[in-house]
Design a protein around this ligand. Structure first.
Ligand SMILES: Nc1ncnc2c1ncn2[C@@H]1O[C@H](COP(=O)(O)OP(=O)(O)OP(=O)(O)O)[C@@H](O)[C@H]1O
Ligand SMILES: [Mg+2]
Length: 290
């Protein structure tokens, strides 16, 4: 089996206080391995999106621990978390979180801009990502002028433009007709097969869940079934993530330590918060698309 990328131990997440306290997750333990395609399924309100937000380091558990390549993430500085999300994770969420008034191209470029990629290179990469989702011809359109399926494809382009290790998709086909939904799904699995990108997909769609190697079923904040026999791995993991984490562990100044709740970034706009620009991104060249 491949390396463990994300490991969750006894995750609990409560919302609200006292009488209005609600336990959305009640002790979830799982390992996600590199290159896996994982479906998280369950009824509305069962805790799927909550779990995905925790795994994607967009929110913090009330209790429990998430490790990335074996490194605990709870005390990582906000800027390190932003760096990991920006460089290693891609997000495809149902509510599109796009800048509606900006062009399609600029929406896709945004993560690269945040990552500090130069003008020419980020244009080249964004156009290449738009070609992948077959939307290059719409690059100068306003994002608001696209159809729902096209917007979803722009989200995929934006999710892949930084060459992520993991794509988190929350109901990627919700509200789409089946033909457009199929296109989105094929695209995600192509990325999984060809580039080894790990897919974590929250879905109500049983057909989509069946396409994933692994199905995790959630009920009332607990895992009730997991099709994978989960074996603990002892490995070194992704080198760049290790570097980001190690660098953070060397930091002595604790004054910008991660706040209890990440600075309002429980959404894509927050994730793309430019307060903590990320530099030194390593982007593979793809001369074909020049
Ligand atoms: N910010 C919040 N404050 C209070 N309760 C919340 C909050 N976010 C989620 N919840 C509650 O936690 C539970 C799990 O929510 P979650 O969004 O994870 O469900 P879900 O499985 O993704 O559902 P759906 O399929 O409808 O998207 C729900 O009962 C929800 O009302
Ligand atoms: Mg949800």
């Amino acid at each position: 089996m491949s390396k463990t990328l994300i490991s969750a131990r006894s995750l609990r997440k409560s919302y609200g206080k006292r009488n209005s306290k609600f336990e959305a997750l009640r002790g979830v333990t799982l390992n996600i391995h590199e290159g896996e395609s994982v479906a998280i399924i369950g009824k509305s309100g069962s805790g799927k999106s909550t779990l995905m937000h925790l795994l994607a380091l967009l929110d913090k558990p009330t209790r429990g621990e998430i490790t990335l390549n074996g490194h605990p993430t709870a005390r990582l500085h906000a800027r390190k978390l932003n760096a990991i999300r920006n460089k290693k994770f891609g997000f495809v969420f149902q509510s599109f979180f796009m800048n509606a008034n900006d062009t399609v191209l600029n929406n896709v470029i945004l993560p690269l801009k945040i990552a500090g990629v130069g003008y020419r290179e980020r244009h080249r990469r964004a156009i290449s990502a738009l070609k992948t989702v077959d939307l290059d011809d719409k690059r100068n359109n306003k994002a608001s002028d696209l159809s729902g399926g096209q917007k979803q494809r722009v989200c995929i382009a934006r999710a892949i433009v930084n060459d992520p290790k993991v794509i988190f998709a929350d109901e990627p086909t919700g509200n789409l007709d089946s033909a457009t939904g199929d296109k989105i799904i094929n695209l995600l699995f192509k990325l999984n097969h060809e580039k080894g990108i790990t897919l974590i997909i929250v879905t109500h769609d049983q057909d989509l869940a069946n396409k994933c190697q692994r199905q995790i079923s959630i009920k009332d904040g607990r895992i009730v079934s997991d099709s994978s026999a989960d074996v603990e791995q002892d490995d070194d993991g992704d080198e760049e993530i290790r570097e980001i984490v190690a660098e953070s562990e060397e930091d002595d100044d604790d004054d910008d330590a991660t706040p209890d709740k990440f600075e309002g970034d429980n959404n894509i706009d927050g994730m793309l918060d430019q307060k903590h620009p990320v530099r030194h991104i390593n982007i593979e060249e793809d001369e074909e698309d020049l």
